[in-house]
Ligand binder design. Structure first.
Ligand SMILES: Cc1ncc(COP(=O)(O)O)c(C=O)c1O
Length: 376
């Protein structure tokens, strides 16, 4: 046989041996995390990831430390302790709770389980980035539906559904807009989408809305509604990666088949269980957030920066233009305040600012005031 391959055969060999990912995967844009440092600037405060500025409950810290003696031991694979604690606090059925490595993991499982090639996954115009990523990773088609002045538009979502719609994601409150729609609106949405589609109510920020159950009652009433929640926001455990879902038993059975048996580590499980039981600390964090959130919104408006009322632990500040938002972002960074640009969320003229501690909020206002007056 001729040992020297001609050009054509070389090309064919390369093509047949090339490894290629599944369709959709190369359409996913690489995640760019929020910055945590500014070169040459000290006393930096990170207000870009909606973390709890007060950190987790002291009981959660203690529970985490205790697990240092058990690192060699695998975690409980059915998460029964944490599920029971969540069920007791929220008055839910522990059998219908599944725990994930952050709610991101649950969003991933939902797409993997219910959407594939030819299926559509709906979410709102300024919706959370993981919906698109997970839909593409599952080979499905992401479909973006317009919001009405930065608020979820239930009618548009219903109209956006087709026979191919398999999942509808709604974050309520929404990130990065911080707006909220009522439970009645969510019920209308659940009634309006195809019965063969799953409605996922993402309640990552549900705790910040007094009296809101995150959609739990809707889960009880329907066969196709799922609620997701997280320990990353008000509970201050973002670094540990714990989220959970409340869903009909049929969905729980599906998700439990997809998740690895040890998907959440034992320190994270112990800390989350202690955190959810510490209602006093939760109330303290919520009160602080409400106080400084109101301060931030009213002061921003006072210096001529528009923003909606916040139903979460962040505020979306709207500037006159993209270039003004860029310049304000730079002024904040140079003064040690890292906030989030949200161009990827189709909000190029906005900055998302996590509600920090009182002193952080005062610093944000003082820098933006000077910026608006042309002296920052
Ligand atoms: C709306 C929304 N959903 C889900 C998440 C994911 O949270 P985690 O994976 O940390 O539980 C976030 C995090 O920013 C979010 O904003």
């Amino acid at each position: 046989m001729d040992r020297v391959m001609d050009e054509q055969s070389v090309r064919e060999t390369v093509m047949t041996t090339e490894i290629t990912p599944q369709p959709g995967i190369m359409d996913i844009e690489l995640y760019v995390g929020g910055k945590a440092i500014v070169e040459g600037v000290s006393n930096v405060v990170k207000l870009s990831s909606n973390e709890n500025p007060l950190g987790p409950s002291p009981a959660a810290r203690e529970a985490f430390r205790e697990q240092a003696d058990f690192m060699a031991v695998y975690p409980n694979s059915d998460h029964s302790g944490l599920r029971k604690a969540i069920a007791t606090i929220h008055d839910l059925d522990a059998q219908k709770i599944v725990v994930g490595n952050g709610s991101d993991e649950i969003i991933t499982f939902l797409c993997q389980a219910y959407a594939g090639q030819g299926d559509e996954v709906l979410f709102t115009e300024h919706g959370f980035s993981m919906y698109r990523i997970c839909a593409l990773a599952a080979g499905a088609t992401p479909v973006e539906v317009a919001e009405k002045d930065r608020v979820t538009d239930v009618d548009a979502l219903i109209e956006g559904c087709t026979e191919n719609t398999k999942i509808v994601f709604v974050a309520n409150p929404n990130n990065p807009t911080a707006t909220f729609v009522s439970v009645e609106e969510l019920a209308r949405l659940a009634d309006g989408i195809p019965e063969t589609a799953v409605l996922v109510l993402d309640g990552a920020y549900a705790e910040f809305v007094d009296g809101y159950d995150g959609g739990a009652a809707l889960v009880e009433e329907r066969h196709n509604v799922v609620m997701t929640r997280t320990f990353s926001k008000v509970y201050g455990l973002g670094g540990l990666r714990v989220g959970w879902a409340y869903a009909p038993q049929t969905v729980i059975d599906v998700l439990n088949r997809l998740r690895g048996p040890f998907n959440v580590n034992r320190a994270a499980l112990a800390a989350a269980e202690a955190a959810v039981k510490d209602r006093g600390y939760l109330d303290y964090c919520l009160a602080e957030n409400a106080k400084w959130g109101e301060f931030l919104v009213s002061e921003l408006r006072g210096i001529g920066i528009a923003c909606d009322d916040s139903a979460a632990n962040f505020v979306l500040a709207r500037f006159e233009s993209e270039s003004e938002a860029d310049a304000a972002n730079e002024a904040l960074a140079q003064n040690g305040l890292i906030v989030r640009q949200v161009k990827g969320y189709k909000l190029p003229d906005c900055l998302r600012i996590t509600i920090g501690q009182g002193g952080d909020c005062a610093r944000v206002i003082s820098v933006l005031k000077a910026f608006k007056e042309g002296v920052a």
